[in-house]
Design a protein around this ligand. Sequence first.
Ligand SMILES: [Fe+2]
Ligand SMILES: [Fe+2]
Length: 490
Amino acid sequence: MRPFKQWIRQILIRAARDLDSEKSHGPVMRNTKQFLTKEIKIPVIITTSIAAVIVYFMILLELGLRYDTMIAVLMLTIALLFVFIHEIRKEKSISNDNDAIVLVCFILIIGILAMQIAQEYISIFAFPISAFVVMGVMLINPRTALIYAVILSLLAGILSNMNFIVFFVLFCSSIIVLHPAKNIRSRSDFVIIGLRSAAANILVITVFYLLNAYHFNDYKFYFYYSLLNGVFTIVILLVIMPIFEKIFSRTTSIKLIELSDFNNPLLKDLMLEAPGTYHHSLMTASIAENAAIAIKEDSILARVCAYYHDIGKIKNPKYFIENQSAGQNPHDPLTPAMSALILSSHVKDGAALAKQYNLDDSIIDAIKQHHGTTLMSLFYRKASEKNPDIDKEAFSYGGPAPRSKISAIIMLADSAEAACRPIDDISNVKIKDTVENIFKHNFNEGQFEKCPITMRELHDVKESIINTLLGMYHARIPYADDEKDKNNNS
Ligand SMILES: [Fe+2]
Ligand SMILES: [Fe+2]
C-alpha cells in the first residue's frame, strides 16, 4: 500500500512541477521523507468526485444496470457528494490536509464494500457499521462519523430491497457507539464498542420480532449475525485502524496515550540527558493540559506536545539554563550570536528527532512553533550593546509562529513555566504579573496573528495558566502573601 501511495505521489510531484500550481487553493499534500520536495495542491472536488464515481458504480452494480436505477443512483451520489464537500470545506483541519480527505472517502468506500460482502456472503445484520463510525470519530471527527452512520445504514436499507428494519437496526447500532468512541483510551476499549454494537443490534431486532416483523427462525439467525457483527467490529478496529493511523498519519487518542508513556525512548533520553528540561516539560504539560480543557481543545494532545516540545535540547543540554548547575555557564566563552544559534537550534533538532521517531505531525508542528519567531532578548541585548545596528532576526527563533490553538497553548505554558520557576520570592501577585506580561509580550509581537485562537480563548488560557501555576507554587508562597492577596481582593 505504502509503495503504491509513494509511487502515486511521485507522479503527482512531476505533474506539479510541469504545471505551475501556485494559484490553486486546494488542500496541501504532506511531505514524506524520500519523495516530496514540493507541496502539491489537489482541489477537494477532484478527490471527492473520484470517490463519488467509485461509490456510484458500487451501488449501481448492486442494484442492476437499468435506466431508472442509473438516474436514481446518480441523484443519490450527487447528494452524497454535496454533503461531503460541504462538511470537508467547513472543517479546516480536513480541507487543508489531503491525507484526511482521501481517508474520508476511503473509509466510505471500504464501508460500502464491507456492506456488500456482508450482504452477499453472510447477512446484512453482520455488517460491522460501528467499526466505520468509530474510525470516523477517531481518525476524522464525530460529525463525519455521524454522516457515515446515516449514509451506510441508509444504503444498507436501500440495497436490502428498501428494508426499513435493516436501516433502523444498523443506524441504532452505529449511533450507540458515537459518544463512547470519543472517550476511547486504549485498544481494549474496542471490545466494549463491539459488545455495545452487538447489544444494540439484538435489542432492536428483538423489538421488531415482538412486533411480529419476522418469524422466530429468522429472529434466531439475526440474533447470531448480530453477535458476529460485534466480533467483526472488534477485529476491524484492532486490525484496520492501526493501518489507517499509520498510512494517513492520523493522531488518535490511543496513539497519544501510547506516546505519553514515560518508557518511550525519546522521553527516557530526555530524562537521562536533560533532567532539568524533563522536569520543565512535565510541569509545562500540566499547565498546557488544563489550558486546553479551559478552551475545549484536545487536552491529551496538549499534554503530549508539552512532553516532547523541548526534545531538541537532548543534543546540547548544558546550554539550557534548567540543566546548568550553579557557577557553570557554557555560554560565557561564546559570542552572543553563537549562543543564540545554539538556543534556536533546539527547535530544528527537536523537529528532526520527532520525525526520526515517527511522531505525529501535530506534535512536530507544536515543536516547531513553540517559540514562534520570538526574540532571544538576553543575547540580543548583549550583542546590541557592542553593535547597535545588529540584525534582530539573527537573534529570533526561526518559527513559524503558532498556527494552531494547541501550539499557542504550548508556547504560553512553556514561557510561563520557564519564567516562574527561577523566581525566589514567588507570590500570587508575581505569578499573575509574570503571566500577564508574557501574554502581552507575545500578543504585541504578533505571535498569534496566524493562529485561529480568539481573544476570549486567549483570556481563558491565561486565567487557566495563572490558576495552575498558583496551585503548583502554593507550597512555596508564604502565608503572609496569601493574607496580603486576600486583603487586596477584598
Ligand atoms: Fe523550547
Ligand atoms: Fe520549553
